[in-house]
Design a protein. Sequence first.
Length: 174
Amino acid sequence: MPADNVILVGFMGVGKSTGGRLLARRLGRCFVETDDMIVARDGRAIPEIFRQDGEEAFRRLEGEAVEALRLKSGEVIATGGGLPCHEGRMDALRALGTVVWLRGTLPELVARARRIGGRPMLAGRSAEELEALYRIREPYYAQAHLTVDTTGLGLDQVVARVLAALRETHAARV
Ligand code: S3P
């Protein structure tokens, strides 16, 4: 039986962490972030892992985090923006529960992620390079069970849309 988690995927800056935390509160569920799992296990901050060991090493740690997620059920899980974007990863996430893609317009997402900071994947990349990265990632995100467009919405509205979409699919399964 598939575990009944809700898994949020999407590009940096879309609000997976803040939205996920609020969604978990609304659903009375626990909230976990793959980035936090990696930091807790490794002991270094993410920018430090990128700087010292490189992106490939970080992606391996993400793979280990996905393995560890198999122990979870009934939780809300926010994933790092690049985590789903490898062969087979979306299948692994879909097996954990209902996967929701939070999408938005790239300039807005990048501006928000830059404002918050601590995103090594943004460092030194031009708008064109980020656009190319987004295009590579989009087909992976698009394999989510549900898509919620966050454009122009506040946090509460995003969470309300996710809840409505979840209710609809759960009703459809009955
Ligand atoms: C990354 C996104 C980050 C974090 C790491 C790499 C990416 O998470 O996992 O910096 O490759 O897009 P957020 O999506 O929460 O910013």
